[in-house]
Design a protein around this ligand. Sequence first.
Ligand code: FAD
Length: 290
Amino acid sequence: MDFLSPTTLADALAARAEQPGAVPIMGGTDVMVEINFDRHRPPALLDLTRVTDLATWERVGGEVRLGAGVTYARVISELATELPGLALAARTVGSPQIRNRGTVGGNLGAASPAGDCHPALLAAHAEVELSSVAGVRRVPVADFYTGPKKHAGRPDELVTAVWVRAASGPQQFSKIGTRNAMVIAVAAFGLALHPDQRAVGTGIGSAGPTPLRAREAETFLAGELDWDGRVAVPDRVAREFGRLVAAAATPIDDVRGTAAYRRHALAVMARRCLAWAWADHRAGHQEVQG
Ligand SMILES: Cc1cc2nc3c(=O)[nH]c(=O)nc-3n(C[C@H](O)[C@H](O)[C@H](O)COP(=O)(O)OP(=O)(O)OC[C@H]3O[C@@H](n4cnc5c(N)ncnc54)[C@H](O)[C@@H]3O)c2cc1C
């Protein structure tokens, strides 16, 4: 197996163009599992860990450009204010070892319906930056997932970054698994309130062939919330929001849980995330008023 180890992004993109069969490897927490279990033996690995540009993030206007090689540990320690939903999701990933190696770009590259970044990125209306020697494009994350473990990146492209608007309101993430740590989600849910746009973002994980948005639930809730007065969310609204989130999922029965359980869990997680996020929104209001 060849091992390509570029040190610049230009060289990495050139290598990608020349050898589209070479498998990109960042933290290796998915790739090495595949190789060690002999599920996949690629002709070459394209190591991206020496491309330092990929491991940086920056504020660009109101957005964060998060390099694909930024680890979960750094999202948690450096970006909890700008990207609170993603930081919450990152806290639930694997173990400290996995969070020190695993990256957001790797989670996108794997495009598993169970990946924990996806609900948070969907709720935040993020965009994925894809680069090749031909240029750079940005794809809304909702259009990035094209099938189970499939994404919109071309064989000559690399995920180079994710663009996420810095949070203008509270964000929440909830994940259900068969234990509290080191667990693949049975179902997961991300919620972002965007008060500046009077908009709501949602993301569903592990309950469909791809990560999903619950668009009807978003529109419903955005129209019901008292954005300025910040009065408590009526129980009827929270329940209907949960129902619409569950209805947007297309889960299956598998070893981790039944479709019915996943739907139920999503309705509960949606209501809980809403309660937590709205409490934060109201608290922020009181701080401003106080
Ligand atoms: C013990 C264990 C626990 C885990 N727990 C969780 C968990 O709780 N939640 C969760 O979501 N995941 C979990 N994972 C899976 C994994 O850690 C994540 O998916 C992680 O984000 C992968 O990142 P990485 O940098 O290690 O990716 P890699 O393994 O390096 O790559 C993953 C995939 O992305 C591709 N890729 C990598 N970088 C790029 C790029 N720049 N452009 C295009 N394609 C690219 C690779 O070719 C590969 O297909 C776990 C894995 C292990 C081994």
